[in-house]
Design a protein around this ligand. Structure first.
Ligand code: 13P
Length: 340
């Protein structure tokens, strides 16, 4: 393990005013996104869509520090034969790879999930490094219900995240650790706080036990936010404040950066929350984004699977990336959306 290299990559992932594009939708998930725009999901259509994102000059050179890829994409070539990975590095951005194999039912605990994918992971990391990946992602899924999550679920997921992180670092790949507390449900922001705090405590205990080098990691958490079906939703300032309080209680200051998932928030909400945190609080780590849907929604809607819409889709993506890059510095204003 080369600690200096890991630290350098991790710091690059949270360079000033930059964040991560999560373009690692599995084949099943990207099909769902394409269904919404009546576009068939094929090798070529997935390639065309991702190629247009990675060729978005303004976004990729100025606001996107790294891109999380799916296994198919890290091996794919652009229409002109250039490996997609080379488009990312040519823009000065860092290629990353999703390595988990998805969440499966947790044995003996109805309603809960555990993420699989540890078998053979050491060899896969070696191959992904050769293919250009310098960081990786593993996502755990934690559901909130009246009596969930159980401590068993939090511990099982934290253990897997730590095993993954230690193996990634052994191969000089920076692990993004993502314990996602799911937004779905009628729960309050207080309940989200309690569960997120417990999940992050379990995670950092496991990372310590398994000797993970924190300076060479990035945390990808949910924000502390009201459940989607909650009728008395917390506002932007409350979400910003509760999220920062929760992270300060649980995340060691040795961690260089925290990049949020968007988790079903609208594009503008995800941007507004991030900007409010950076504008109003002093923190020991960089706070940025690693959004999937909140960076891609408008671009997908502009593209509609049509070649003639590529420029419009790129301009939508450039705009979203810029808004989030400004939010990572606490400099976003709602008026900037209207001006665009
Ligand atoms: P969303 O921002 O759409 O939640 O996706 C981020 C991600 O990579 C989830 O693992």
């Amino acid at each position: 393990m080369n600690k200096e290299q890991l630290e350098q990559i991790a710091n690059g992932m949270v360079a000033d005013g930059k964040g991560i594009l999560a373009a690692d939708e599995s084949t099943g998930t990207i099909k769902k996104r394409f269904d919404q725009i009546n576009t068939e999901s094929t090798d070529d259509s997935r390639r065309d869509y991702r190629e247009l994102l990675f060729r978005s000059e303004d976004a990729m050179s100025n606001w996107i520090s790294g891109v999380i890829l799916f296994d198919e994409t890290i091996r794919q070539k652009a229409k002109d034969g250039t490996p997609l990975v080379d488009l990312i590095t040519a823009a000065g951005s860092i290629p990353g790879i999703k390595v988990d194999a998805g969440a499966q039912d947790l044995a003996q605990s109805p309603g809960e999930k555990v993420t699989e994918g540890l078998d053979g992971l050491r060899g896969r990391f070696q191959e992904y490094y050769q293919l250009g990946a310098r960081f990786a992602k593993w996502r755990a899924v934690i559901n909130i219900a009246d009596h969930l999550p159980s401590q068993y679920c939090l511990n099982a997921n934290a253990h897997a995240l730590a095993r993954y992180a230690a193996l990634a670092q052994e191969n000089n790949i920076v692990p993004i650790v993502e314990p996602e507390v799911i937004m779905d449900g009628p729960h309050s922001i207080e309940r989200c706080f309690e569960v997120t705090e417990a999940a992050l405590n379990a995670l950092y205990d496991a990372l310590y036990e398994q000797r993970v080098f924190l300076e060479g990691t990035i945390l990808k958490p949910n924000m502390v936010i009201s459940g989607t079906e909650n009728t008395n939703r917390a506002n932007i300032d409350q979400v910003a404040e509760q999220t920062v309080f929760c992270l300060k209680r649980t995340v060691p200051s040795a961690v260089p950066g925290i990049c949020f998932l968007s988790g079903g928030q609208s594009e503008e909400e995800a941007t507004a929350h991030l900007s409010a945190m950076n504008a109003n609080f002093d923190m020991p780590w960089k706070l940025s984004f690693s959004y999937g849907r909140a960076l891609q929604q408008s671009a997908l809607q502009a593209w509609l699977g049509k070649e003639e819409n590529v420029a419009a889709a790129q301009s939508a993506f450039n705009h979203r990336a810029k808004m989030n890059g400004l939010a990572a510095k606490g400099e976003w204003q709602a008026t900037m959306e209207k001006a665009a």
